[in-house]
Design a protein around this ligand. Sequence first.
Ligand code: PRX
Length: 665
Amino acid sequence: MPAENQGAATDIQSILQEKRVFPPPRDFAASAHIKSLDEYRAMYDRSLEDPEAFWAEAARELHWYKPFTRVLEWKLPDARWFDGGLLNACHNCVDRQIEAGHGAEVAIIWEGEPIGAGGRPEIRRLTYDDLEYETAKLANVLDGLGVNRGEVVTIYMGMVPELVIAVLACARIGAPHSVIFGGFSATAIADRVTDAKSKVIITCDGAWRRGKIVSLKDNVDEAIHLASGVVSHTIVLKRCGNKIRMVEGRDHDWHEVMSQAEPDRDPTPMNAEDLLFILYTSGTTGKPKGIMHTTGGYSVYTYLTAKYIFDLHHGQNQVYWCTADVGWVTGHSYIIYGILPNRVPTFMYEGAPNHPEPDRFWDIIERHKVTQFYTAPTAIRAFMKWGEEHPGKHDLSSLRLLGTVGEPINPEAWMWYHRVIGGERCPIVDTWWQTETGGILITPLPGAIPTKPGSCTLPFFGIDAAVVDEQGVEKPANTGGLLAIRKPWPGMLRGVYGDRNRFIDAYFKRIKGMYFPADGARRDEDGYYWIMGRVDDVINVAGHRLGTMEVESALVSHTSVAEAAVVGMPHEIKGQGLAAFVTLKTGQTATEDLRTELINHVAREIGHIAKPDQLRFTDALPKTRSGKIMRRLLREIAEGHAPRGDTTTLEDFSVLAKLRENEES
Ligand code: PRX
């Protein structure tokens, strides 16, 4: 945490004056799992008074090969949940439903991006029987490639059902998966496979995105080259038919190996605390951290949160759709692990929301009669911009619940979502959580908690949240402070892969005795939480988390760059965008071509999501006397005025910096 940010959050004054309150629709509440605020409060109180009893009861809703003997062992920062118990996450998603007689029911509904000749997209429906058959075969393929229990398998695929099959096959044999979002570059893949020592990558030839093919396999080839000696095998699903290179003995065709694989493979009973997956996410340094989640706690937490928050009921023709990519934690938790054990079909869409037209999502909702729809504020803002006529063309009456995640939602977008998509009849769950938390921590329960646009409302069962100062003392109502979680919960991260110190430093150091998510927040007079955003050098760009340091490292790795500073700036659609300030090495000239090259260089190093929205050349970065970059000043500059028309002119912020020096040092 840079010193300049210390204390900043505790001084935050909220400027939001949102007074509207929306009670849960009466007919929704009548059939919901949790039907009233009183019921929520009673259950919440019980969950905090006796968390072990609460979570033991929840855990027993899943299948265990051997029951746990201890619910929780907590030695800060280490939590162990459900010790002594044996379970398998794939079994709980798939086999268990078959054993209960539901094998022929639909588990996944999938729609491809391309629209076929008849004007129809490709649609696939996979039952629990299909999932068992496919995951068992792939598990055997992985066995055959020498993947042992505990060895990390990397998955880098587009949004196809085989991605879920790959994830579940890893879980089936106890090989932790590391899914890398398809938008990341070869360098990013290489860093991650090296960190995880991952010998096998499961990938696709390409992925469809807005009518174009993203050549995933080419990126994998380059990554294998960069991570020299780490990867020995790949399995390649041919989805797009683009031309790829297959290396004999190293690269295996998915369909070929699957057609030869045995279809029987029982899930391996795993210890509750065995690693289920790693998911890399950005932090305040240049190196992403591998967030670790284990089998028992994560399975229980995602299952229970999904059930209550999305109000999942099997046997009622529900179709649940989360628009996230499986490459992010939202996809892990609320496309796969939280949804399948609830036995409600999880819908997956392969491509872009505006392909071929900006009404694609609404077309999908109408075609598949989607009942729960979970998306991000950035998407909602894009829909607003594209216009009401697009949802207006479709029958959205199947919808009964809407959700958002990823960043604070501005009340205007909330109201639009409520009115235009929800027809003023669907509750909205604004869910606050993080990669590290595994599942949703603060959220409305749709039948119980009245909502206020822009607030993620109240903590979920078992979550002891608070807004505190640097000393961990609770702040009075309506005063900005640091968000903290005071007690462990089953879905919490168990570590940062290979970096014990970073785990402690990032989450348990700043506020003594509590988990610190690095968000600022305030609680209003009703106890409702209003998230104010990150208080570290991490920003949420279009709901994706990016460390400004990562982008800075990428920029300075270019031969012509001497120094770089990257800050967040407001962005109409993305919520926040990236502004980069660059000083060049002596002898280098600022040109328009160089600017484009630097932006593309960031895309090559990290991925297109990290491309700066503004890149300005300056002959010096404004610094304090002690040499610290004055980021707050840069943020103001990025917000305050657009770069000069001629962006190659060297701007000089040193005068401004001098004026500010006393204030910031
Ligand atoms: O700043 C918070 C913001 O997203 C961060 C977590 O990012 P990531 O680990 O990528 O996970 C995103 C999906 C769970 C948080 O620290 N954030 C997430 N949801 C919300 C939010 N901010 C406000 N309101 C939310 N509902």
